[in-house]
Design a protein around this ligand. Structure first.
Ligand code: GSH
Length: 221
């Protein structure tokens, strides 16, 4: 068995959350260290080629990029959460990448300084969800009954959009019933609820309000 991994994290980072979900699904014993991204420690900058979290340390080895970290975890710890065939695995990797692009759009939406920037990001989210709607299974998860790496990768985005809708922002899944049902299944998954602190909702909404952008104006604290 491999050494106890150490995940270097930032408390509201959705990319880190993907790896935490995967670690929890696999019941892996791991350490987690939080850093302040606004004030990155030197030891972290030495470790991380991109200066981004998550970073996974395994002994003296350093892994970065959430999708790569999750694939490593999937190879080392049971149960396997990736698809069974090379073609299905490749398709799931592509949808994981697509999910990353929507996480970026979500970030741009929550940071938008004005209505025009908000609408650009909003359009990307709706268009993206329309594409996912076409490939989703009948549920509850991306490919059927089993929670997989692709579900772990999308859950942080779905959780954030769910919280924003609870606080008065529009429901970005309203036009896509399968995506909406998938979101409900993801946010109710024990590994997803356990992957964030109990005060996550308040912290996440507060950060957006503090930015004071166009989304903040639409939110109720
Ligand atoms: N492609 C990366 C994205 C990671 C990422 O953007 N992390 C953000 C926090 S959520 C970060 O560390 N930002 C710090 C920076 O860009 O300086 C992954 O999937 O791991």
């Amino acid at each position: 068995m491999s050494q106890k991994p150490r995940l270097i994290s930032f408390d509201v980072c959705p990319f880190v959350q993907r790896s935490v979900i995967t670690l929890l699904e696999k019941k892996v014993d791991f350490d987690i260290d939080y850093i302040d991204l606004a004030n990155k420690p030197d030891w972290f900058l030495k470790l991380s080629p991109t200066g981004k979290v998550p970073v996974l340390q395994v002994g003296n080895d350093v892994l970065f990029e959430s999708a790569v970290i999750n694939e490593y975890l999937d190879e080392v710890y049971a149960p396997m959460l990736h698809a069974k065939t090379p073609l299905e695995r490749a398709k799931h990797r592509a949808w994981i990448e697509f999910g990353s692009s929507l996480l970026v759009a979500h970030y741009q939406m929550t940071n938008a300084a004005d209505e025009a920037a908000y609408n650009t990001a909003r359009e990307t989210l709706y268009k993206g969800f329309a594409r996912v709607e076409d490939v989703l299974s009948e549920g509850p998860y991306f490919a059927g009954d089993t929670f997989m790496l692709v579900d772990a990768a999308w859950a942080p985005l779905m959780l954030r959009l769910h919280l924003l809708a609870r606080h008065g922002l529009e429901d970005f899944t309203a036009k896509t019933p399968k995506v909406s049902a998938w979101q409900k299944a993801l946010v109710a998954r024990p590994s997803v609820t356990a992957s964030v602190d109990s005060d996550f909702e308040g912290k996440y909404i507060r950060r957006i309000l503090d930015k004071g952008g166009y989304s903040a104006g639409k939110l109720a604290a």
